[in-house]
Design a protein around this ligand. Structure first.
Ligand SMILES: [Zn+2]
Ligand SMILES: [Zn+2]
Length: 337
């Protein structure tokens, strides 16, 4: 009997504007079938924004997508990463090796690069956070076992040749892209803004389909940072968004509003759950906040998202964290007195 094989996508390239190409690259993640890299004409080559994830065979997908729009990896004159997640930075090492071009990225990339340098320490830290959040030992051990030997989805650790900070300008045939710092989704996140053409390369800060994710444990309040970053891009005059996943979109204000509404709903849900069930661990709160059971697929994402909301509500004085009782390791959450 043949194995039921999951249909995998191939890398695909398409022109979205004169001098702008969308490179749609497959991902192995449930619910997130692909990500985008954006190629923008620059002189006799291109600036490549983001890279796709590194896994066996992944570079061929990038090459295939480029070939479909008559480009080659050798055309890349500069690599710009919106943030250091594997689907946006994973193939950076290979691209640099192949082209000798520079990498520009925000300096707060340790959430990826330090973890990749010391995977055991990163895993230990992750397990410790999970334990303190109330995750029981059995699923925690199963998770640890399942993750063993799994990489970070990056071809190698490469540091930026230039720090992508406000004031840095990325020159293309479309004009200059400015750097807008947008931490929240990841500490290293930036958007790139082309003022005259009102184009935003938004990475994962704004997506066509609203989907929230924050890196927990690297900065004091990722949700607060994300909300501030939404305000920062809202101040820009934009007509077209080139996002890290999915199609381009134009109703940018509606997307910003939809993000705010969803964050507010989740914060409200956390407040209600803690008020009605506190003292409660983050792990016990997750199914109540989302109204759905925890599974192996969603556990990681939902737990870190919930921890980010609880931390934000603590930072804004609405919830309090109660230290673990003797003989227990889990913190619990209660309404602020
Ligand atoms: Zn990301
Ligand atoms: Zn992404």
């Amino acid at each position: 009997m043949s194995e039921p094989s999951r249909k995998r996508e191939l890398g695909r390239g398409e022109r979205v504007l004169p001098g702008v190409w969308r490179l749609r690259l497959p991902l192995p993640w449930p619910g997130v079938p692909h990500c985008n890299a954006w190629a923008v004409a620059a002189g006799d080559g291109i600036v490549l924004f983001d890279t796709g994830m590194h896994e066996p065979g992944s570079f061929a997908h990038l090459e295939r997508a480029l070939a479909q729009v008559n480009l080659r990896v050798e055309n890349v004159k500069l690599l710009v990463c919106t943030h250091a997640h594997s689907d946006h930075y994973g193939q950076a090492a290979t691209i640099l090796e192949r082209t000798g071009c520079e990498l520009w990225m925000h300096p707060d990339h340790e959430h990826m690069t330090r973890a990749a340098q010391d995977p055991d320490a990163a895993m230990e830290r992750r397990v410790e956070i999970a334990r303190m959040s109330g995750v029981p030992e059995a699923p925690l051990r199963a998770y640890q076992e399942a993750r063993k030997g799994q990489g970070f989805g990056i071809a190698g650790i490469v540091e930026p040749d230039r720090d992508l900070l406000p004031g840095v300008e990325v020159e293309t045939d479309l004009g200059t892209f400015e750097v807008v710092e947008t931490p929240g989704h990841a500490p290293s996140h930036v958007c790139l803004y082309q003022r005259e053409r009102r184009i935003l390369i938004s990475g994962d800060h704004l997506l066509g389909r609203v989907s929230l994710y924050y890196d927990y444990g690297h900065t004091p309040d990722p949700v607060g940072e994300f909300l501030e970053s939404l305000g920062r891009v809202e101040d820009l005059d934009m007509r077209l968004c080139l996002a890290g996943h999915g199609r381009t979109f134009t109703d940018i204000q509606a997307h910003i509003t939809a993000n705010r509404v969803l964050v507010a709903e989740r914060l409200e849900a956390c407040l209600t759950v803690v008020r009605d069930h506190g003292p409660i661990t983050a792990f016990a709160a997750v199914p109540l906040v989302y109204g759905d059971a925890i599974t192996a697929d969603n556990a990681n994402w939902w737990l870190s998202e919930t921890l980010c909301y609880l931390t934000h509500l603590e930072a804004t004085g609405r919830l309090e964290r109660v230290a673990a009782e003797p003989g227990d390791v889990a913190e619990r959450w209660v309404s602020a007195a």
